[in-house]
Design a protein around this ligand. Sequence first.
Ligand code: BEZ
Length: 211
Amino acid sequence: MALLLEDTAPNFKAQTTAGEIDFYEFLGDGWGVLFSHPSDFTPVCTTELGRMSQLQDEFRKRGAKILAVSVDPLESHKEWIKDINETQHTSVSYPIVADPDKKVANLYRMVHPNWSGSHTVRSVFIISPDKKVKLTLTYPAATGRNFVELLRVLDSLQLTVNYAVSTPADWKDGEDVIVGGSVKTEDIPKKFPKGHKIIKPYLRTTPQPNK
Ligand code: BEZ
């Protein structure tokens, strides 16, 4: 069974390019982004791991640690990082799990047998500080992921966990948000003093409360 939203993210110990890690210890009290890719030394994956590295400071600012996974061995990862750094003009410093026995891949259902019985697909899991799965994504092999979207989702998760709001389609940090359905219209001015709009009784917006 696939991991579902609000399931507890399974812990594991694994060999990585930064040594052996215990996943929960690695995450500490922060957020986590665990993402898998099919294979080292492949073109889309090379751009993906490079892009994640370029954005690492943005993930750090949001208190999120990054961990990549593939079923290739450690020596392969270490050699491949040199190519990623050279071609994507970056310096990968987040760990990459070497998972040749598919321990992590099976725990997180990252192998989809209808695509390949032996390689992980492009999966992403965002994990909250209480170790719950907050987002899952699965992309096909020929489609590189949008890593800026993961930052946008983290912004939304970190906002909506603290305020009775949700974020609309294509929302970006700083834009108006939707007042949660649990908030009575007459209570909005007290809860959201920056103002609000009533577009429909069920669609009420307010400026982002933590900006
Ligand atoms: C790639 O990263 O380019 C790739 C990996 C596996 C299958 C197809 C493409």
